[in-house]
Design a protein around this ligand. Structure first.
Ligand SMILES: [Cu+2]
Length: 122
């Protein structure tokens, strides 16, 4: 699974264009600027009709692009229908890629990703 990660580093993949394109994700991260340590990732899932997608189980994974670095994981909590939050521990400064492993309540699986570049070192 980890060996396949570089294939996900394709340009423009923040657009929900490829798989399961009816699910959109809007994400933000706080506090800013992003520093090494625990940051809060907040995201909203919506469907094609812009309705919130509730009841998804989401695991958030943080990866760095250089070898020898273990990924970090966090489970997301749904704080309102379609709104989710996860505390993710950025274990070092640098460029990160966040993967959202989304299990929808209807059983479908969706993957989304977010680039977080230039995380500051502590
Ligand atoms: Cu690293």
């Amino acid at each position: 699974m980890l060996a396949a990660l570089p294939l996900l580093f394709t340009p423009g993949c923040r657009k929900p264009a490829n798989d399961q394109g009816d699910i959109s994700i809007e994400e933000s991260i706080a506090p800013q600027p992003v520093r090494a340590g625990t940051e809060t990732i907040t995201f909203r899932l919506t469907n094609r009709s812009h309705q919130p997608v509730a009841g998804a189980r989401v695991q958030v994974e943080g990866d760095m692009s250089h070898p020898g670095m273990a990924p970090v994981f966090a489970g997301a909590r749904e704080i309102a229908p379609g709104d989710y939050r996860a505390p993710l521990n950025f274990s070092m400064g640098g460029d990160w890629v966040i993967l959202f492993h989304i299990n929808l309540s209807d059983g479908r699986k969706v993957e989304r990703q977010m680039d977080v570049k230039g995380v500051e070192s502590n």
